[in-house]
Ligand binder design. Structure first.
Ligand SMILES: Cc1ncc(COP(=O)(O)O)c(C=O)c1O
Length: 450
C-alpha cells in the first residue's frame, strides 16, 4: 500500500526542484524571484506551515476556495464517512442520491427562478456550460462580457475574458464574443438591442482588481437582458458561498439571473467541482427530448466525493454562521484599513465587500513613475513581497497591469488575524512608500528590467 507519509518525508524540501523539472519551471522562477519559494508542510484553517514549523497567515485562501478554512474537519469527516460507506460512485447509465441532494441544497439557496443544476468539475467548465447552453436555448450566436472580466482559461471562457494578458497569444478565440466596459449600461444596451446576444456574462464583483459595481448597474443589466431576450448569467465562482458577506453576491442587489455559475469553495477546497444553476426554461430548451438527454456533461462532474464535500461545506457555512462571519470580518477589515487612504499619499483606494478586499495604489513621485514605467502596477509587489517575507502573510497582486493588492481569506480568521494584517499592512505600505533602494532594485529585477 502507498505510504503517503513516507513518500512526503522522502521528498524532503525538494518540491520546487521537482515542479521546475516536471511541471512548470517558469512558475518556480516567479516564486523564487519574489521569495514565495517556501517548502510547505501542512495547513489548518487560515494558517499554512512551512517545513521549518513557521506559521503563515493565508489571506489568499487558494484564490478564494477555502471559505470554510483549509483542511476543514467537518468536510473531511463527511468525506471519510462517504469513503467508508463504499457508495456506488459514478454509474454512467444510472443515478445515485448524492448529486440530487446537493443540487437540491444549491437550488434552495438561489432565487426562485433557478430550478435546475448541472454539475461540472471546475469554474471554467461551469461557464463553458452557461455559454454553450445559452446559445442553444436562445438560438442566438453572440456573447457579451466585460473588460477585466475573468471566467476561466478554457477556450469558451477565455473568449469571454476581458484581460488581454490572458487572451492575446491564443487568438483566434471563438467568434461572436464581444467585451464592453464594466458598469456601462449604455454600452450593454448598444450590444443587446441587436437582439442576437445569447448571454451576458458578468461577475457581480470582479475578481481582477476587486471592482465593486455601482448601485443600479447589475439591476439595470438584468432589466436590459430581459428587455432584449438575452440570458443574464452571473459568474459567482469567486463571489459565491459567503465571499461577499451573503450566501450569493446576487442577494446584495436582489437579482434574479437566468444562470448562475459556482465552483471554487463549493467542495471546501477538497475535490474539484463546479455547477451551472439555471432557470428551468433554459434547461428545457436544450434538454428537450430523450435524444437530447445527454446534450452536455462530463465524466467526473457529479462525482460523489465532490457532492458529499459540497453538502458538508454548505452545512458548515450554516452551522457556524460563516456567511455572517464573513460580513463581520469584512467590516472589521475595512474599518482597520480604510484610514490608509488619508494617511499615505500613494494609497488611492481601500475597498471591500465581505471578505473580498483590495488596496489600490497611485503615485506621481519620480521613483513611483519609474517603477510604473518598468511595469504597470509594480508598486503593489513592494507591498505583497514584504508582507510575505517579513510578516508571513500571504496576499497577491490583484491582476496584471494594476497596482492593486487583494485578499480572499478563509472565513475562519480570528479578529486578531485581521488586526495583525492591518498592522502589518500599515507598516509595509509606509515603508514601501519611501521606496528604499533595495526594494526598488528588487522590484525592477522582478519585472525583468534588470
Ligand atoms: C470569477 C471566476 N470565474 C471562473 C473562474 C475559473 O474557475 P476555475 O479555475 O475553477 O476553472 C475563476 C477562477 O479564478 C473566477 O475567479
Amino acid at each position: 500500500m502507498l505510504d503517503v507519509k513516507a513518500l512526503l518525508e522522502g521528498a524532503g524540501d525538494g518540491d520546487l526542484d521537482l515542479w521546475a523539472r516536471t511541471i512548470n519551471p517558469q512558475f518556480v522562477r516567479v516564486l523564487r524571484t519574489i521569495g514565495f519559494d517556501r517548502p510547505w508542510a501542512r495547513a489548518e484553517g487560515a494558517y499554512l506551515y512551512d517545513t521549518g514549523g513557521n506559521r503563515y497567515l493565508d489571506l489568499l485562501g487558494g484564490f478564494g476556495m477555502y471559505n470554510v478554512g483549509r483542511n476543514n474537519r467537518a468536510v473531511r469527516a463527511a468525506l471519510v464517512d462517504a469513503l467508508e460507506l463504499d457508495t456506488p460512485g459514478m454509474l454512467a447509465m444510472g443515478v445515485t442520491a448524492l448529486p440530487g441532494l446537493l443540487a437540491d441544497a444549491l437550488i434552495a439557496r438561489t432565487p426562485a427562478r433557478i430550478e435546475r443544476c448541472l454539475f461540472t468539475s471546475s469554474g471554467t467548465e461551469a461557464n463553458e456550460a452557461a455559454l454553450k447552453l445559452g446559445r442553444a436555448a436562445t438560438k442566438r450566436p453572440r456573447v457579451i462580457s466585460t473588460d477585466h472580466g475573468f471566467h476561466g482559461l478554457t477556450l469558451g471562457s477565455l473568449s469571454a475574458n476581458g484581460n488581454p494578458e490572458f487572451t492575446a497569444r491564443f487568438q483566434p478565440l471563438l467568434p461572436g464574443f464581444e467585451r464592453i466596459p464594466f458598469a456601462d449600461l449604455d454600452a450593454l444596451e448598444e450590444e443587446l438591442r441587436r437582439e442576437d446576444v445569447a448571454v451576458f456574462i458578468v461577475e457581480p464583483v470582479q475578481g481582477k482588481g476587486i471592482n465593486i459595481p455601482p448601485d443600479g448597474y447589475l439591476e439595470g443589466a438584468q432589466a436590459l437582458c430581459r428587455r432584449y431576450g438575452t440570458l443574464f448569467c452571473l459568474d459567482e465562482v469567486m463571489t459565491g458561498f459567503g465571499r461577499t458577506g451573503k450566501m450569493l453576491a446576487l442577494e446584495h442587489w436582489g437579482l434574479e439571473p437566468d444562470m448562475v455559475t459556482v465552483a471554487k469553495s463549493l467542495s471546501g477546497g477538497y475535490v474539484p467541482v463546479g455547477a451551472l444553476l439555471m432557470a428551468r426554461s433554459v434547461h428545457e430548451a436544450v434538454f428537450d427530448s430523450m435524444p437530447h438527454a445527454m446534450s452536455h456533461g462530463s465524466t467526473f462532474a457529479p462525482n460523489e466525493l465532490a457532492m458529499v464535500a459540497g453538502l458538508a461545506m454548505l452545512n458548515e457555512l450554516d452551522e457556524r454562521r460563516l456567511v455572517e462571519r464573513s460580513a463581520e470580518l469584512g467590516a472589521r477589515l475595512l474599518e482597520r484599513t480604510r484610514a490608509l487612504v488619508d494617511e499615505v499619499d500613494v494609497v488611492r483606494d481601500v475597498r471591500g465587500i465581505g471578505l473580498m478586499w483590495a488596496i489600490e495604489f497611485e503615485g506621481d513621485g519620480l521613483a513611483y513613475r519609474m517603477l510604473e514605467r518598468a511595469q504597470r502596477g509594480l508598486f503593489a509587489q513592494l507591498v505583497v513581497v514584504p508582507l510575505f517575507t517579513d510578516h508571513r502573510i500571504l496576499t497577491q497582486v490583484a491582476g496584471h497591469d494594476m497596482a492593486v493588492v487583494r485578499i480572499l481569506p478563509p472565513f475562519v480568521l480570528a479578529d486578531d488575524d485581521v488586526d495583525e494584517f492591518a498592522d502589518a499592512l500599515h507598516a509595509t505600505v509606509k515603508h514601501a512608500r519611501r521606496m528604499p533602494r533595495s526594494l526598488t532594485k528588487f522590484a525592477l529585477t522582478a519585472a525583468g528590467v534588470r
